[in-house]
Design a protein around this ligand. Structure first.
Ligand code: ADP
Length: 352
């Protein structure tokens, strides 16, 4: 069996007194996309930079394709780690056209000029900048330069890609196209990837597995559906999407995702607020068990103050109670305000 493209064991990284990562264990299987999902400051960039060889770990090991590249006794420099890292911002060469820039990785691999250029043109077209192929960076807008940078990243071939929030500065449409292209190329090449993001929807949509990071620790690893449907704690639930917590009569806590609740049924509530979201509407219900965020397709059917009935199709019992849980849970609980219902103005994810 081939070795995993990436294996991280007991990784601890610090900046002076600040521990940015603590005892992280993770692996990425061949061809797998692992999303790192966590709020700003949770350690995502630090993890990628350490794997790429830019930070020495304080403790632990990094293995790439069965070779230890960061160990107590040895460290392989970044340029010899044979991986591709894609950052939020891209530095383009001012003297090269978009087409030459995107052809460059294939030319470096030794591919013929015509083939490299045809491939590059196809990637530029997928990102809707095919007509800009002959322009230099100075003749491109900031957003267009961004897309050329992404196209160049997609043109590279490596057994492991590290993406550090590559879509952070893209508008929604280009973001969607880039993610589609990324997934297609992933399938075609069989490369593995670690994809850091703070957007839950994006991470859940593209990953084979998701690692949830909070305050430098991994709090849960699972398939997108596992981390969304069965979060290990309220914090894990908040990282993966909007949710509410109901308190049952015996004092237990039940997690409810907005689409697990429906208007109509045997429970009563008053509408605290309604938000039109385009394809669906969000209702904040005041119930005897707490505030519930409920999502229904279509425009609002009720108004604030209306008395309604509702029902639960599904719920998930939370096991971690306040005052228990890991260090990361504790630090996040004390450091971050944890509302009973996510801010409905933040439809997905954790914000920054
Ligand atoms: P993320 O990528 O999830 O936003 P980072 O890896 O950038 O998180 O940061 C993790 C932690 O390390 C944060 O507490 C951050 O403030 C700290 N940190 C990051 N870079 C430095 C640095 N160069 N010096 C000191 N602390 C840093």
């Amino acid at each position: 069996m081939p070795a995993d493209p990436l294996e991280i064991r007991g990784l601890t990284v610090a900046y002076g007194e600040v521990t940015a990562l603590a005892e992280v264990d993770l692996n990425v299987a061949p061809g797998e996309v692992l999303a790192l999902l966590g709020p700003s400051g949770s350690g995502k960039s630090t993890l990628l930079h350490t794997v790429a060889g830019f930070h020495p770990p304080r403790a632990g090991e990094v293995w790439l394709n069965g070779r230890c590249v960061s160990c107590a006794t040895s460290s392989v420099p970044p340029e010899r780690r044979e991986l591709a890292m894609v950052f939020q911002n891209y530095a383009l060469w001012p003297h090269l056209t978009a087409l030459d820039t995107v052809s460059y990785p294939a030319r470096r691999r030794g591919e013929k000029r015509a083939h490299a250029r045809a491939q590059a043109q196809r990637i530029l077209e997928r990102l809707n900048i095919g007509h800009l192929a002959e322009r230099h960076p100075a003749e491109l807008s900031g957003g267009e330069q961004q897309r050329v940078g992404l196209a160049r990243a997609l043109a590279r071939e490596a057994s492991l890609y590290l993406f550090d929030e590559p879509t952070a500065h893209l508008d929604t449409h280009v973001r969607g196209v880039f993610l589609e292209e990324l997934v297609t190329r992933q399938r075609d090449t069989g490369a593995a990837a670690v994809y850091a993001a703070h957007d839950a929807e994006e991470s859940l949509g593209l990953a084979d597995r998701v690692a949830l990071l909070a305050a430098g620790r991994v709090i849960q690893v699972g398939t997108p559906q596992q981390v969304y449907d069965e979060p290990v704690s309220q914090l894990a639930a908040q990282l993966t999407g909007p949710s509410s917590v109901l308190t049952t009569t015996d004092g237990g806590e039940l997690l409810v995702r907005p689409e697990w609740a429906r208007l109509g049924g045997d429970r009563s509530a008053r509408i605290g607020d309604v938000f039109f979201r385009g394809p669906h509407s969000d209702y904040l219900l005041d119930t005897t068990q707490g505030r519930v965020l409920l999502r229904e397709p279509g425009p609002p059917r009720q108004r604030r103050g209306d008395e309604v009935t509702w029902s639960l199709r599904h719920s998930w019992p939370l096991r971690v109670r306040p005052g228990s849980g890991s260090d990361a849970e504790q630090r996040c609980r004390t450091g971050v305000k944890v509302p009973v219902v996510d801010d409905p103005h933040v439809p997905h994810g954790v914000g920054t």
